[in-house]
Each structure stands twice: as C-alpha cells, then as structure tokens.
Write a new protein. Structure first.
Length: 125
C-alpha cells in the first residue's frame, strides 16, 4: 500500500527513509539522488527488447544462459502486467536508479528539501 504522498518503500519504513534522507545532502555529505516512480515507470523492458538482445548476442558464449535467466526472471511480471493492462512489459525501477548512479547524465535532477513525517501528523496541521 502507498498513499498519494508516500512512495511504497518510504511508507513501509518511514523511520529508515528519514534517516537516509537526513544523512545525505548536509554540509560535507554526499548528495542523494532519488529517482521517482514518475521517472522509473517510463523505463520499460518489453518482449521485443529481449528478442533484440537475443539477436545481438547470438554466438556469444554465455548468451543462452543470460537470455534464459532474463526470460525466467521477467515471465511472472510480464504475465501480471498483461493480465492487468493487456500488454507485456517490465518496469525497470531499480535498473534505472543504478544506471543513473553510474551515468548521472541519464536523468535530470533538481535540488529539493525532503523530510519524512514519522509521527502520523500532517505537516500542514
């Protein structure tokens, strides 16, 4: 479950999220880049991508094992999304965040203030 104001992982453990957000961004601290669901939902793997990868990897020594792994690991999610939305795709939430950590030019960022409410009180009250 999540709310209009809370991403699932933050909703699930707001205390941990608050610690993480407060640990970064201060004087001398490393910056924290959060890649939101509005961005990651645009990064999708499709069966066509897997077919293209299979064509491009043809003849590579470990390609069959890699392709089998990708097909096995995406099958359940492809089927779940197909039942719900009528098309097969796999949202690449975590891979996009990792890719952005490796190459920050893949995404645009903005510096913003973030806090996580942990007591059940509205910040507007």
């Amino acid at each position: 479950m999540w709310t209009p104001a809370a991403e699932f992982n933050i909703w699930h453990d707001p205390d941990a999220a608050r610690i993480v957000f407060r640990s970064f961004g201060g004087e001398g601290a490393a910056p924290l880049v959060a890649v939101g669901l509005d961005v990651t939902r645009q990064t999708r793997l499709t069966p066509e991508h897997l077919a293209d990868l299979a064509r491009r990897c043809q003849g590579a020594p470990h390609a069959p094992a890699l392709l089998r792994f990708l097909e096995d690991s995406t099958r359940h999610y492809f089927e779940f999304i197909e039942k719900r939305e009528g098309r097969r795709y796999f949202v690449m939430h975590d891979p996009l965040a990792v890719a952005a950590a490796i190459d920050p030019t893949l995404i645009e960022t903005a510096a913003v203030a973030v806090d996580v409410e942990t007591t059940g009180r509205s910040p507007m009250a």
